[in-house]
Write a protein of this length. Sequence first.
Length: 402
Amino acid sequence: MPSDDTSFSLKKISVAAFGPSLLFGIGEGAIYPVIALSARDLGASVALSGIIVALIGIGSLLNNIPAAILTARFGERRAMVGAAIVAIIALIICLLAPNPFTLGLGILLVGMTRAVFLLARQTYLTEAVPIAMRARALSTLGGVTRIGMFIGPFAGAGLMHFMDLQGAYVVAIVTFVFMAALAFAIPDLPQHAPHEQADSGPSTQGLRHIARTHFKTYLTLGVGCLLVAAVRSSRQVIIPLWAANIGIDAATTSLVYGLMGAIDMLLFYPAGKLMDHKGRAAVAIPSMVIMAVCLAMMPLTASLWTFVMVTMVLGFGNGISSGLVMTVGADASPKQGRTQFLGIWRFMADIGNSGGPLLLSAITAMASLAGGMVVIGGLALISAGIFWRWLPASLSKPVSRF
């Protein structure tokens, strides 16, 4: 880690830190819009197509802890190169898939490589960047990935004009080849060179030790970040469903969703800068309160313009929390065993990502969509309360101590 915070510049490590993130986002973004269509072309039902799309998230969830073990053992660089190679093989499987189940296997493998990749970048930035700039670095990491996800569908669409759906997978394969080459070229952190850290080694015993030692951190701030992830992922389901409920057509809904995504992309660096200068709580608490209020107000919207206004404010609340989950996890992580700690942290966040929409669906089935939105808003308030109680107002107080 640089010893002089004032002399450190993110620009010096921008290619190593953010280049792979951008390429990964482009590759994943290229295939996302066509996975369900590919499944349908192979004879899958609508329900099965939806499950196949969800396998990216499921793969990431299942592989977070194994990814921590692999990254701790082999280092960030080797882990990313290996993940890129597996992703290329997985995408070739998708490209040549003769049936929906083979396609699903390829998509699951892509999701599993996603866990390795994201953990490697988070660990790299946590150790390479001074704490005074950590939030900006991690917010930029998330923001660059979002930019890649924004570019990916357009790149895929360009080649699909000539190759149909297969074009999207070809774009992703080419992108991952470049990512593997870039990951191979960048240096490992010295403290994460393979086999050099016995005390943060790959054993499951070490992982269990980390879980026991930091149990209270996971039970408090970890749960708070889990709820943040649940609220964020539910928001992506709520907006199109409520738009359809009040009679807004699909094209308009897509435009509103795109505008909200633009707010997300514009705010990631200011959000990180605010967290670095004012502390994590200065962003965490307001963002969750804003999202809770917007989710409670959403059932009251009945026209396009009221829907747009509430959605844009909701996007603002989400945007200012960009990088929050990664930053709080990085702050709480111990120096020894950091990769394993962050693997468990990402596992909890992915539970929130997957569980939020499932909870929303269950409440909608039992009561109503409006009731589901209010409950998800309640989760945002609970998260804000957790951050108010356990997240230090000052960066001088480490979050791993209570």
